[in-house]
Design a protein around this ligand. Structure first.
Ligand code: PRP
Ligand code: URA
Length: 209
């Protein structure tokens, strides 16, 4: 079974409270999602491999550590996942970015796939799949399958707010995928929205409501 890691650093909890607030406007919402994504990326990349490098400090020669160049891919689930990309790229600027387009049918809550463009070498990359919201889990499960069907071997799912139902569904469907979240909320409501949640992340990011 994959692990679910809840990243409840005080800065993360504070910024989450701000984006949950319905009075937070699109500009601030976008900035906060970027900052939260950067904070999550710090922990998501904790196991990146290092190698020894020889350098010279102003004082002496030294053997120190540097990233060994593991290839990484960041894959936002369109649309709302787009809001998380820049924050992650600030920490790992060499990562390549793929896109998976999935939306949730508002009636059936089933995921509908409409786009996929990925780096050609995704089988060699550690992939960080990002979406602010993990509700029923349908979109994430379909997106992971998308990636696996195209050769992906190593996927981490990174979300801001998750419902217990979504976590359970992803763990069941893809037990090899670890999930990193900033908060696990109480439940889903009858419309499949996370409670208390933050509303529709895509609409709040892009001002479409
Ligand atoms: C939202 C969200 C997730 C999905 C979560 O996207 O960004 O992708 O819903 O719900 P699920 O876990 O029940 O599948 P939405 O379908 O609203 O599309 P959008 O990003 O284009 O707004
Ligand atoms: N998608 C969202 O954007 N918010 C939710 O609460 C559930 C799905």
């Amino acid at each position: 079974m994959g692990k679910t890691i809840v990243l409840d650093h005080p800065l993360i909890q504070h910024k989450l409270t701000l984006i949950r607030d319905k009075n937070t406007g699109a500009k601030e919402f976008r900035e906060l999602v970027e900052e939260l994504s950067m904070l999550l990326a710090y922990e998501v990349t904790r196991d990146l491999p290092l190698q020894d490098v020889e350098i010279e400090t102003p004082v002496c020669k030294a053997t120190t550590k540097a990233l060994s160049g593991k290839k990484i891919g960041v894959v936002p689930i369109l649309r709302a996942g787009l809001g998380m990309v820049e924050g992650i790229l600030k920490l790992i600027p060499a990562a390549k970015v793929g896109h998976v387009g999935v939306y949730r049918d508002p009636e059936t809550l089933q995921p509908v796939e409409y786009f996929c463009k990925l780096p050609t070498d995704i089988a060699e990359r550690d992939l960080i799949l990002v979406d602010p919201m993990l509700a029923t889990g349908g979109s994430a499960i379909a997106s992971v399958k998308f990636l696996k069907d195209r050769g992906a071997q190593n996927i981490k799912l990174v979300c801001l707010v998750a419902a217990p139902e979504g976590i359970e569904a992803v763990q069941k469907a893809h037990p090899d995928v670890d999930i990193f979240v900033a908060a696990v909320d109480e439940r889903l409501n009858d419309h499949g929205y996370i409670v208390p949640g933050l509303g529709d992340a895509g609409d709040r990011l892009f001002g479409t409501k």
